[in-house]
Ligand binder design. Sequence first.
Ligand code: AMP
Length: 210
Amino acid sequence: MKLVFLGPPGAGKGTLAVKATVFFKAPHISTGDIFRGAIATGSPLGMKVKSIIDEGRLVDDDITIGLVHERLSKDDVKNSYILDGFPRTIAQAEALTKFSKIDAVINLEVPDKLVFERLSGRLVCRKCGFNWHKYFNPPKKEGICDKCGGELYTRDDDNVEAIKERLEVYREQTAPLIEYYLARGLLKEIDACPNVDIILENLKKVLDSP
Ligand code: AMP
């Protein structure tokens, strides 16, 4: 199964993808994780994209498309994958159709208010990538991941200014993909407000329905 997870920042695409990758046995490809990995290692790509990401803007289509194209040429994603955070523009979607055939696009619907609440308290584990929340889902020990003991940090783009920018960018450049995929018969909608286990069950149901 080749899936795309679509939705605004804070919709929970990454959190759902972590569960779905296990259930569907489909590798999880997150362009945001790829960029953050490049920043963490101080690679030329990381240095190029750091300020763009911190400010909540989108990385150039050419760079992003090139990265995903290369990743999708690997053997492990021949039959299945979950794309989390790509495509984010019509140009990226057009490019994707040229190098891969997706089965469905899952649109995670969530109101802005919840996006703000989720992102402004998010804590990410440096080791396993799990997302905690200061108030909604705090770890037992402050600053430490319950799952793996890794250190928790706040993403540089999870501040009020960058969150506003990311939402604006989402509305202008990414939301048009909803119509784009609807017109191509690939779009499936899911309510992204409940907890992730319920969302995963709903995902299985929408994929089973014609
Ligand atoms: P995410 O982890 O998906 O929230 O992505 C974090 C940031 O990485 C975004 O705000 C963008 O700056 C950048 N990014 C991730 N995916 C893309 C993409 N498909 N196109 C352009 N920029 C991206």
